[in-house]
Design a protein. Structure first.
Length: 267
């Protein structure tokens, strides 16, 4: 994870500013409510109803708390090691702002420490998820695909759609799987997560914008067809072997991330 965000002095500064903003919002809301009540004593409640919508102090403070937790989550790099399912679970927790823990130094430290000690497990789950996604479904009849391991070439259906005049586009809800796969291979190679503009999703989108039907990155050769299928070839078979081995339960030890630097979010 990002070592910058893990420094306690960084926590302290953020918590202090968030607390100040919460206090400022709280005082501002009190001032508005008092002003409206005092105006009502002179003009009557109907004419003093200046605010079109009521302002809930509780909801405002909860929104600030949720935004603060979301910011730290983004900066920490936790998502980079999580599976798509895990990310969805975390996002669901973040949306429930009322039940989020208070934004304090102790709670922040405890939250991040709980993820730090489980970072290997988080990444292993991400590998397993991509392993399952790249293998064929039960009724997949493409001979290129291997049901036991991820082969050198893989065909995925329903990945592209025709948006206009023969121009293709990556299906919106599929891009998260492509990005997750790209992240796994980048991390396995010790290069941190896949980022714009060098990630596969960007390469695919740019190729589609130019009316092309294929693209290539450091790790993948990808072609797509009008019926929506995506044909993909892995260029780094050594990394593919590691993904297959790890997802199959073999212990790769220190080689899990390729290099120790891969544990640290770059930028």
């Amino acid at each position: 994870m990002n070592t910058d965000i893990m420094k306690r002095e960084t926590f302290t500064a953020i918590v202090g500013q968030v607390k100040k903003s919460q206090d400022d919002f709280s005082r501002a809301i009190d001032i508005l409510e008092t002003a409206q009540k005092e105006l009502g004593l002179v003009l009557g409640d109907y004419r003093a109803h200046i605010l079109e919508h009521g302002i809930s102090k509780e909801k405002c403070l909860e929104k600030i708390k949720g935004s603060a937790w979301g910011y730290l989550l983004h900066r920490s790099g936790v998502f980079e090691f999580c599976s798509i399912r895990q990310r969805d679970e975390i996002n669901s927790q973040m949306e429930d702002e009322k039940n989020l823990p208070e934004f304090t130094l102790d709670n922040i430290q405890a939250w991040f420490e709980s993820y730090a000690v489980n970072i290997d497990k988080l990444f292993e789950d991400s590998i397993k998820e991509i392993f399952d996604w790249l293998r064929p479904w039960k009724y997949d009849d493409y001979r290129t695909n291997n049901r036991e391991i991820i082969g050198r070439k893989v065909i995925k259906t329903g990945m592209f759609e025709n948006i206009w005049n023969g121009r293709m586009s990556l299906v919106y809800h599929r891009d998260k799987y492509v990005q997750a796969m790209d992240n796994v291979f980048h991390l396995m190679d010790g290069k941190g997560v896949a980022k714009y503009p060098g990630n596969l999703v960007t390469a695919i989108k740019e190729a589609c914008q130019h009316g092309q039907m294929s693209c290539e990155t450091e790790y993948f050769i990808v072609k797509w067809y009008k019926k929506g299928t995506m044909h993909m070839e892995f260029k780094r078979l050594d990394l593919l072997d590691k993904v297959n081995a790890k997802a199959g339960g073999l212990n790769l030890g220190a080689d899990l991330f390729g290099k120790q630097e891969a544990m640290v979010k770059v930028g």
